[in-house]
Design a protein around this ligand. Structure first.
Ligand SMILES: [Zn+2]
Length: 135
């Protein structure tokens, strides 16, 4: 796309010397030809400049996003944590005869996540340790 273009359809004359636009009707495209005298072409080219796409995502990533991207490297050891409300939990007896706990939690976006406490390194803590259990 030509720099300095506004959406719409226009006729553009391109300079025969530098191949940059030197005239646009209606003037949707800023002339880019820098020749002292453009080498005029006989026939304009009809160009449709698409509407500007929605504003690009802000260049500045939010802090967490930038941090996550920096950490997302193969082999990097990370600790994954998130807050959620415990919905239910149950014990099952594994093939090894040991009981293990599975906790179903609901994150603030109402998504359910099953946490298998046998997962190596998994750790569940109270999000707000000062809160007392209701029982
Ligand atoms: Zn030119």
């Amino acid at each position: 796309m030509t720099a300095g273009a506004r959406p719409g359809t226009c006729q553009i004359w391109y300079c025969g010397r530098c191949r940059a636009a030197y005239k646009s009707t209606p003037p949707l495209v800023d002339p880019a030809c820098t020749c002292k005298t453009p080498l005029h072409t006989l026939h304009p080219t009809t160009v449709t400049v698409p509407p500007t796409p929605p504003a690009p995502r802000p260049q500045a990533l939010d802090d967490d996003e930038a941090r996550h991207r920096a950490l997302a490297r193969r082999g990097r050891r990370v600790r994954v944590t998130f807050e959620a409300d415990v919905d239910t939990a149950w014990l099952t007896r594994g093939a090894d005869g040991h009981q293990h706990l599975t906790v179903l939690v609901i994150t603030d976006d109402s998504q359910h996540h099953t946490i298998d406490t046998r997962l190596p390194g998994v750790r569940i803590d109270a999000a707000h340790p000062e809160e007392k259990d209701e029982t």
